[in-house]
Write a protein that binds this ligand. Sequence first.
Ligand SMILES: [Zn+2]
Length: 505
Amino acid sequence: MTGSSVEQVYIDVAFVRIQRYLARTSRLRGRRSASAGMAEATDSAVIAARLPQGLAAANGEAGQADGIVSLKLVDPRPEGRQQRVRKVISAVLAELREEFPAAELQAVWGVGESYVSAYAHEIGPRTRRGDVEHVWYDLPSLPEFPAARLCPLCGMDPATEKARLPEAPEVPELVCADCAHRLRRGARAAARVGESRKKSAEQRLQELLEVDEAPDALENLAPLGAGDLKRNHLATVYIDGNAVGLFFKRLLAAAATKPALHDTKRELSRRLSELTEWSLLCATSQVLETMGPERSARLPVVPHVVGGDDVLVSVPASYAWAFVVEYLKTFDAEMRDSLVGPVNLDHGLDLPVPSASAGLVFARHGQPMYLLVDLAEERLRAAKRRTGGAASSVAFLDLTTEGPQGVDDSPLPLSVLGQDATLDALDRLHRLPRSLRTRLAQAMRDHDDTVSAEGLARRSGEFRAIEPFLPGRDGRPPRSGITLRHALRLVTWWRPLGPKARSRL
Ligand SMILES: [Zn+2]
């Protein structure tokens, strides 16, 4: 079994809609331990080591992602392959089910001479099609009896097990099976502080930025927001890559005729995960910089999920734009200049450069987390539709003034939002007295055109602040590319960004 043409067998076991699963409890402490516990409990090497007869090993070609166990059959030969795959999948599903009673799990397998190839041709398409031959679903069992009482932590499942809450360990509380496991994992993780173990994205951020750990509850994260804005609002930010699948498909097609690209594609799938973490680090550092003299001693961003090209965070509302603009700029620039650009140049290729898009939801803290995650995901989809997934874009919803369906402002491409001139114009609009901004917004709601808002701005001697957002001559779009109504919504939670956020488009 030597030579590069040996077909390997890859098996991925993953949480379906992991964000929603992690968001079951709105208590950060519970979600943190779920997230750290998930990183540990889905460590592919640990799971592989426990498999019967050493049937599979960790798949070293897959990038790190929370909530995905990626394995490779030790013996990939076609004889008896199917049975070996089945044995591995049942063992892994049984183990994860025990540890995560309420999770939706999915296992997929595929064959290829590399993981990238197996993923592009078999695992990816099979997952999308839901091909029953190769995809296994494992759903949480439904309660046998109607719930006498719902779990006080998640409010979703019957309270059937006793567990001790960290804040009141004296008297055990009745919670659901899933929350009970979360609490136990949290306690185990706390007991092992100092021991070497897999660090969560949050711990890595905290160490690299040399700040104290993030607050334990979302209501304590909100007050880290800027002083002149209400300090009880948070943004839920959902970011993920555009056209990453297409990129790998094209790379793979190119590799078929250029063997030199084989190492490149392995390298790139690993570096994509690294780029996600790097962008998260730069964006969080930008938040600290934007805080200026109000700079927090604690980590001001709570990452709930970080994996592959996917990021879900909570951040004080007033720093969400600093986070998003920096994240998208970093991701796009690095993707173009460090990852894809050099490959195109070295191999004479014209591969499309993936980018990232973001969905944001601003809301008072205390809203159910699963609702915020769903709405942020909806905004993310809307943003992606705007550019057809071909370029970076952003869409947002302000639940404090808008219904959950939002308003019909078109999502913003980063090529508009990220321009220095746009950032300057938004800074200037934000500096207007809040009362004037409120009256301008009112004028925009009451009238179909900008005439009365223009009059208002002129009378206040502030025409220049709104000028970039007024329609151009002959119905042309505003100079900034953003309408006045949209810009006024946007600056509600705006803070002037630090100098690092400039240019690099
Ligand atoms: Zn529960």
